[in-house]
Design a protein around this ligand. Structure first.
Ligand SMILES: Cc1cc2nc3c(=O)[nH]c(=O)nc-3n(C[C@H](O)[C@H](O)[C@H](O)COP(=O)(O)OP(=O)(O)OC[C@H]3O[C@@H](n4cnc5c(N)ncnc54)[C@H](O)[C@@H]3O)c2cc1C
Length: 154
């Protein structure tokens, strides 16, 4: 019988939730858990964009990535080949969050409330069967002889 794939995502921020959701979509039978050290997840997302969550930009007025990312434009160029602002826009709309693009090209949820993004990430993860464990701070990772990883939490 094939061994069950266990995936531990450390940190229940935007990156952790997105990684967990996409991992579960790619490996539906995997057992995936997000471990968050604090008592609540996505705390930073809640305060982004003054509580409205400016989740991306249309890039209509940005012709050169250097303009937007003066110190990281090369990395962003590589990353955008895999997943760019249009992918981000489509991802949230496909996952049930209607978006609006302001005159200044910043993109927000139509509700103008970051909780729409939080609810989308949490509900999508839960619906797919991702487990969420708060109050779990990773303190150590030990590689076992059979190459499995042992995670210690406090
Ligand atoms: C005031 C403010 C406004 C912002 N506005 C915007 C905006 O409008 N638009 C935008 O795109 N970005 C904005 N940002 C930036 C955005 O919030 C971050 O880029 C994004 O939230 C980072 O997500 P992350 O998942 O990488 O990291 P985090 O959100 O920091 O998530 C990491 C998580 O890991 C947990 N963690 C850390 N160590 C451990 C451990 N050992 N064990 C378990 N859990 C652990 C942390 O508690 C945290 O929950 C803003 C940031 C701030 C502070």
């Amino acid at each position: 019988m094939p061994q069950l794939l266990h995936i531990a995502i450390i940190g229940g921020g935007a990156a952790g939730f997105f990684a967990a959701i996409e991992a579960k979509r790619n490996f539906p039978h995997a057992d995936i858990t997000i471990f968050e050290k604090n008592s609540k997840v996505l705390a930073k997302v809640e305060i982004t964009g003054g509580g409205r969550c400016n989740l991306t930009n249309s890039f209509d007025e940005i012709s050169d990535l250097k303009q937007a990312y003066p110190r990281g434009h090369k990395l962003m160029k590589r990353l955008f080949k895999r997943f760019d602002y249009q992918h981000a826009f489509d991802w949230f709309e496909e996952n049930g969050v209607p978006l609006v693009t302001q005159e200044d090209q910043c993109v927000f949820p139509q509700t103008q409330d970051s909780h729409s993004i939080i609810n989308c990430l949490v509900n999508t993860a839960k619906r797919l069967g991702v487990k969420i464990q708060c109050n779990h701070q990773l303190t150590a990772i030990t590689e076992l002889e059979d190459e499995r990883l042992l995670l210690d939490f406090k």
